[in-house]
Write a protein that binds this ligand. Sequence first.
Ligand SMILES: Cc1cc2nc3c(=O)[nH]c(=O)nc-3n(C[C@H](O)[C@H](O)[C@H](O)COP(=O)(O)OP(=O)(O)OC[C@H]3O[C@@H](n4cnc5c(N)ncnc54)[C@H](O)[C@@H]3O)c2cc1C
Length: 438
Amino acid sequence: MNRRYIAIGSGPAAISAAEAIRSQDPSGEIVMIGAEPYGYYSRPGLAYYLAGEVPEKRLFPFSPEDFARLDVQLVPKRATSIDAAGHRVTLEDGRMLSYDRLLLATGARAIPVQVPGAELEGVVKLDDLEDARGLIQRSHRAKAAVVVGGGITALEIAEGLCARGVHVHYFMRQDRYWSNVLSEEESRLVERGLQSRGVQIHHFTALAKVIGRQGHVVAVETEKGEEIPADVVAVAIGVLPQKELAEAAGLRCRRGVVVDEYLRSTNEDIFAAGDVAEVCETLTDQYTVEVLWSSAAAKGRVAGLNMSGGLTHMYEKGVPLNVTRLAGFKITIMGMVGSGRDADLEGIARGDSETWRRLGEAVSVESQDGDSHIRLAVGENSISGAVVIGNQTPSFTLQRLIAVRADISGFRAKLLQAGDSLGDVIQDVWTRWSSSHV
Ligand SMILES: Cc1cc2nc3c(=O)[nH]c(=O)nc-3n(C[C@H](O)[C@H](O)[C@H](O)COP(=O)(O)OP(=O)(O)OC[C@H]3O[C@@H](n4cnc5c(N)ncnc54)[C@H](O)[C@@H]3O)c2cc1C
């Protein structure tokens, strides 16, 4: 008898799992339940779509032929419950589907803001394609928008609306942008980039209430009592893994669905991957949530292999990495680079990793050359993290040095004293290290 695999979710975690399952089980039945009508598309691409840089059709990495090749049955419905003992999933239309192995790949959802007026028409978020379409529609009529929150998504919304001719007020609770991941110099670089695009930054400013007329946003009031007219209030204060189905099914959950090294939940036939999974990180031995496309795909792959081939593949969390664009600057963030809490974020943001908030015993060194910037977290024997802004030449080299935990103890003093020639010193370290590790 053929096995039946069900994935709840149709993002990169579910797709990678389906590919892995198909590679080991050519005749098994794969069913993908997805609440969104659009199926599989690039969420990171939504920022570029909002800014008018890519057309909607470029957001879809899979063609109907790709789905046919995978032989996946797509069910465009919301799953409403899981009967773990009976191996069944119930859909919103009351249908029940039975499974042999189930994957939870339900992703994460924006945390709503808790202020009076938050329910008004015009208070928006950016989770999915529907939200991006809605923002574009609003931008045709809107004169001014207020953006609250932190991390990548807040900036993507601010930049996107700005590019569409809306005047954007960006509120920050404290003195600088993304303070638990970026250094002060990096925050300032990004802020200058935002201002040069026309975004009006309000430091030490928090949203107190959204003011409406006939159900629509017309202004906001800050905690200092200032009133600012706005047609749109965009909120990006972090996301929460969508773990409700798992909790109701009795699976162990904390911030996300807790999984073991095989990405198996506390039920042996139910796995979890992607933003919803909380995994133990080998590097630090701490449970971590990540909202990164590449991590979601990597987890999906391992879960799929284990669902179809027995518990043969352990998930080893790699160095979390994101290459993105903030305020016009290309920026790569990798490994452990920051610490503390950012008052603009309640938890994790999109395109973000909890690992980035750790620094360990490392010492930070930075160098600036015009609009290009490098920062390293240098430990006793290895580089544990890096941020590269602008010129990305050192990026690949650093990724390798960090990923293999290259022993840099012989170069440590040179790195710490490199000053503005940090880029050259990194290249030198790489040349010497790689020539002795062929
Ligand atoms: C605006 C934006 C910018 C981003 N930028 C970056 C970036 O720069 N770099 C980066 O690495 N990552 C970025 N991300 C994050 C990245 O897209 C996610 O980490 C990734 O999509 C997670 O994949 P996933 O498969 O876990 O879940 P998702 O892609 O979120 O897919 C989950 C799917 O499950 C569905 N679902 C949920 N519950 C149910 C249910 N009960 N029944 C049926 N279906 C259900 C949802 O509707 C959704 O379609 C960004 C995301 C957004 C929204």
